[in-house]
Ligand binder design. Structure first.
Ligand SMILES: Nc1nc2c(ncn2[C@@H]2O[C@H](COP(=O)(O)OP(=O)(O)OP(=O)(O)O)[C@@H](O)[C@H]2O)c(=O)[nH]1
Ligand SMILES: [Mg+2]
Length: 227
């Protein structure tokens, strides 16, 4: 079931700014195996609270905040883990159309959930060829408060992120808000980078400057030779 908690169209990639230059929309999809804490992370980010049990509802939430004097609207798709690979493939197509960036969550005490994230990274990166810009990904190892039951080392998480050019955080939604905030804001920064206009080739002024630098140096060299 998909519950929409926002007024904006659910399956539409966010437009740059809704006509308001001060507003920035970021569509974020949370993916991962069952029970890893996707809903806990979402609720922590939205309300700063950890409530313990969340059910298995799929929902898109909207949350706006002023960050550095600019209104930022986070649209967060808290997904449920697909039952099989076929559904996962269909879902990823929809999610890629909608999302500006992904948070892939595993539990540090559930090895199988890490394997799910490895597959999801591959799936997103393979589908990347269909997108104009590769969507940024943050990998989150959750349940850090249960490190005495850890089955996935921090190193493994970091290496996966490094290999797939993703951000990485190991956090506990249960223990604190700050780590969750860092993960969401880390992804926001990456999304903003993908939307920033790329620098074009040097303009006419740059060319004029470099040409005159070359000729200016030649003139000086010739003058030095004469002296
Ligand atoms: N100890 C601990 N428990 C957590 C943490 N985050 C979530 N949980 C617990 O893990 C269980 C699953 O959390 P959910 O947020 O429902 O996980 P989910 O990934 O949304 O699960 P599905 O929607 O069923 O796929 C709940 O009992 C949470 O209380 C955490 O950081 N530490
Ligand atoms: Mg959930």
């Amino acid at each position: 079931m998909v519950v929409r908690a926002s007024q904006r169209p659910a399956l539409q990639r966010s437009k740059t700014m809704d006509g308001n230059p001060q507003k920035f929309d970021a569509n974020i999809a949370l993916l991962g195996a069952e029970n890893v804490g996707k809903s806990a992370l979402t609720v922590r980010f939205l309300t700063r609270r950890f409530i313990g049990e969340y059910g298995d509802i799929e929902a898109i939430y909207s949350h706006c905040d002023m960050i550095d004097g600019r209104e930022i609207c986070f649209n967060i798709w808290d997904s449920v883990c697909p039952q099989n690979e076929g559904i996962a493939d269909r879902n990823i197509t929809k999610q890629l159309q909608w999302a500006d960036g992904f948070i892939l969550v595993y539990s540090i005490c559930d090895r199988a959930s890490f394997a799910v994230v490895e597959r999801q990274v591959r799936r997103i990166r393979q589908a990347k060829s269909k997108c104009a810009v590769a969507p940024p990904i943050i990998i989150v190892g959750n349940k850090r408060d249960l490190r005495h039951r850890r089955t996935v080392s921090s190193e493994e998480g970091r290496l996966l992120a490094l290999a797939a050019e993703c951000g990485f955080f190991e956090i506990s939604a249960a223990e604190n808000y700050h780590g969750v905030l860092l993960a969401f804001h880390g992804l926001l920064d990456l999304i903003r980078e993908t939307r920033a206009p790329k620098k074009g080739p040097a303009g006419i002024k740059g060319i004029v400057r470099s040409v005159s630098a070359v000729f200016g140096r030649r003139r000086n060299d010739a003058k030095d030779a004469q002296d």
